[in-house]
Design a binder for this molecule. Structure first.
Ligand SMILES: Nc1ncnc2c1ncn2[C@@H]1O[C@H](COP(=O)(O)OP(=O)(O)OP(=O)(O)O)[C@@H](O)[C@H]1O
Ligand SMILES: [Mg+2]
Length: 268
């Protein structure tokens, strides 16, 4: 059985606005998936249904055998951790350390387990030196890591990261890449919404493309970025290297900086 299963799921907000329509997909344990698509495509609405923050208004969402309609968000959040798109919707403590420690304390982990998890979470997000800072004295890109760390410290199996790449510099992207590898090695399942197509092609083998309230395609990024009609429909802009490769008339599949260097070296 899949770890996460959406069966013909639709969602309407209380004001009657329909944000997601008839979406079906499944995600297996240990997979790492990027969700991409234009603003308003329904990405955040979809992932909020993975930990019960939102319940489908039609269809079913099953997470690790639990139909989300039969469980509370508190119960489901032990399995799926959601990192909010806007960190300021999530942070409410005065120090980074207290913010990260809050989750494991609420879950009732003992002191030793809590401290081990807090230390690990701070390490992989690069926050060790900021533990006594007030999160609101830190830039938004670092506050995002505070919210990621507080979910890592809850030791969940499924991580849903809503736009972790937004506003990150090269250092932030590299931290995210290393963190992703470490969490994957631990067998975690990771779902990341992002607008950064370089990040997608460098780090993910599976991409879900959303547009107009629907899921258009689930595929390898290399297949997705080769399909002009799909890119046009979803208004996705492929990684800059693949546009450059097209402009240069190179016929091979070249998507990364390393590959373009290899391509030129192999022709010498
Ligand atoms: N609380 C709400 N009430 C009514 N409509 C909402 C609500 N939240 C979101 N929407 C609408 O639902 C649609 C999908 O929103 P959603 O946040 O899921 O999109 P998204 O793909 O995450 O976009 P973005 O890339 O901008 O974050 C949008 O048109 C949005 O305006
Ligand atoms: Mg969103």
């Amino acid at each position: 059985m899949a770890l996460i299963e959406f069966k013909d799921v639709s969602f309407q907000y209380p004001n009657g606005f329909s944000a997601v329509e008839h979406v079906s997909f499944s995600i297996e344990q240990g997979e790492s998936i990027a969700i991409v698509g234009q603003n308003g495509a329904g990405k955040t609405t979809t992932v909020k249904m993975m930990n019960g923050l939102l319940k489908p208004t039609e269809g079913t969402v099953v997470v690790d055998g639990m139909d989300t309609r039969s469980f509370t968000a508190a119960q489901l959040s032990r399995k799926t951790g959601y990192v909010f798109q806007n960190p300021d919707d999530q942070i409410f403590h005065n120090t980074v350390g207290d913010e990260i420690r809050f989750g494991p304390q609420v879950l009732g982990f003992d002191r030793e387990k809590t401290e081990t998890l807090v230390k690990f979470a701070a390490q992989v997000t690069g926050l060790e030196k900021d533990m006594d800072e007030n999160p609101y004295n830190l830039p938004l890109s670092i506050r995002k890591f505070v919210t990621i760390a507080s979910v890592i410290a809850m030791d969940v199996d499924i991580f849903v990261l809503d736009e972790p790449t937004a506003g990150q510099d090269q250092y932030g992207i590299r931290t995210l890449e290393t963190m992703l590898k470490i969490l994957r090695e631990k067998g975690k399942t990771i779902i990341t919404i992002t607008h950064d197509m370089e990040y997608v092609v460098n780090n993910f083998e599976k991409v879900m493309v959303m547009a107009h309230k629907n899921l258009l395609r689930v595929d390898h990024p290399r297949k997705i970025f080769m399909e002009d009609a799909l890119l046009e429909e979803s208004m996705l802009i492929p990684p800059y290297i693949s546009s450059l490769v097209k402009d240069l008339g190179i016929k091979e599949d070249v998507f990364t900086q390393e590959e373009i260097i290899e391509y030129y070296l192999s022709r010498k």
